[in-house]
Design a binder for this molecule. Structure first.
Ligand SMILES: *[C@@H]1O[C@H](CO)[C@@H](O)[C@H](O)[C@H]1NC(C)=O
Ligand SMILES: *[C@@H]1O[C@H](CO)[C@@H](O)[C@H](O)[C@H]1NC(C)=O
Ligand SMILES: *[C@@H]1O[C@H](CO)[C@@H](O)[C@H](O)[C@H]1NC(C)=O
Ligand SMILES: *[C@@H]1O[C@H](CO)[C@@H](O)[C@H](O)[C@H]1NC(C)=O
Length: 387
């Protein structure tokens, strides 16, 4: 095995759930959210004259909705088409409401939401708890109720609420006030926060309060298109898992940020690890590219996984465990490899030894199910090695 290996083993399908603390009661995000978000791939490209195909405009989201509806994304569970920063005009309207940039969104957000809904999908929008968005557009500070009502009037389904340009001592208040403002509109709008990400540099966030206010929350820096970025997210998650893992469960999730297209092995690793983290799967790619539609990896059980071992660059991650580690195989368990290729490995006991080989920065993903009924298979008498 190469020293560069990162491995993730998923021990899933054990049902005893320990319910996390009270979640935001808006009926949403009972499973981690799945969808598409423009940021990592398209960023703040607003030059529609030079780059009409890739600029942040209603056309981009309509095309994405078309592809998601037509090419099986929707069936695979991807539901939300999400706008990130750089959609609004630099000025609020005469009533103090946010408005979409009139050149890039000539039909306005309400018409875009209608279009996305007509494809059986949902629309997400972006705003910021502070004075400005991260890219310098108007922030919602002082306008929480107005903006929540505007998004509800537009029939928006999800709000990603960023944390730039905000006094950190007011972060919690701001996120909670927006949560209340969204509730007050009477429309169920999934609420995606970045509260802990912006609070960690100053103090340990209160995850009980965060879970009460938000459907998911970013903890750590933006992901960017490289394996080292993914590794740093995994390292951060593993070193804070005692704090963050207990806060995840139906209604509220830790969000390690977007997934996207990397090398095949790395892409599989990212999908597998995000699944173990019970993470929202918000893909950021060009919809014309092909990315894995791995709904099978998105198990709705609701317990976030842990890293349980790290030896050099080899890591073992498990999710979720009703019984510790390999005790799940006592007396017998059924093992199936999901990645890199599907392989039924059959009935195992605590005595059997399995060896799985992994490519550098690749992943082997296994599901291990305890067996109620014992199988007397003579082949189990010898130790076997599976390569
Ligand atoms: C608002 O909050 C109440 C109480 O938590 C909840 O019952 C209700 O469903 C919420 N409404 C929306 C639209 O989220
Ligand atoms: C949150 O709402 C409370 C109660 O209305 C208000 O006193 C406070 O200033 C608000 N905080 C922020 C950051 O908007
Ligand atoms: C964390 O938030 C919860 C819920 O809002 C609150 O009851 C608790 O007192 C807070 N804990 C701390 C240490 O501030
Ligand atoms: C083990 O799992 C595989 C794949 O889900 C299934 O086809 C097979 O029947 C299972 N075997 C037992 C003994 O449960």
């Amino acid at each position: 095995m190469s020293a560069d290996n990162i491995v993730a083993c998923l021990l899933a399908l054990v049902v005893l759930m320990s319910p996390a603390a009270d979640a935001l009661d808006n009926g949403l995000a009972l499973k981690p959210t799945m969808g598409w978000l423009h940021w990592e791939r398209f960023m703040c490209n607003i030059d529609c004259d030079k780059d009409p195909d890739n600029c942040i405009s209603e056309r981009l989201y309509m095309q994405v909705a078309d592809v998601m509806a037509k090419e099986g994304w929707k069936e695979a569970g991807y539901e939300y088409v999400c706008i990130d920063d750089c959609w609004p005009s630099h000025q609020r309207d005469a009533q103090g409401r946010l408005q979409a940039d009139p050149q890039r969104f000539p039909g306005g957000i309400k018409r875009l939401a209608d279009y996305v809904h007509s494809k059986g999908l949902k629309l997400g929008i972006y705003a910021d708890v502070g004075k400005n968005t991260c890219a310098g557009y108007p922030g919602s500070l002082g306008y929480y109720e107005t903006d929540a009502q505007t998004f509800a009037d537009w029939d928006v389904d999800l709000l990603k609420f960023d944390g730039c340009y905000m006094d950190w001592t007011l972060l919690g208040e701001g996120y909670v006030n927006m949560s209340k403002a969204l509730n007050k509109t009477g429309r169920s709008i999934l609420y995606s926060c970045e509260w802990p990400l912006y609070e960690w540099p100053f103090q340990k966030p209160n995850y009980t309060a965060i879970r009460e206010a938000c459907n998911h929350w970013r903890n750590f820096a933006d992901v960017y298109d490289s394996w080292s970025s993914i590794k740093s997210i995994l390292d951060w998650t593993a070193s804070h898992q005692d704090v963050i893992v207990p806060s995840a469960g139906p209604g509220g999730w830790n969000d390690p940020d977007m997934v996207f297209c990397l090398s095949h092995a790395q892409q599989e690793s990212q999908m597998a690890l995000w699944a173990i983290m019970a993470a929202p799967l918000l893909v950021s790619n060009d919809p014309r590219d092909i990315c894995p539609h791995s709904k099978e990896l998105q198990d709705p059980l609701g317990n976030q996984g842990y890293r349980t071992a790290k030896v050099d660059n080899f890591e073992l991650w498990e999710r979720p465990l009703a019984v510790p580690g390999w005790k799940i195989c006592d007396p017998q368990c059924n093992v199936t490899q999901i990645l890199p290729q599907y392989k039924e490995m059959g009935v195992q006991t605590p005595e059997t030894q399995m060896v799985v080989s992994v490519n550098p920065s690749g992943t082997a993903l296994l599901t291990i199910t305890p067996l109620q009924k014992l199988y007397w298979d003579t082949s189990l008498r010898r130790k076997h090695t599976i390569l």
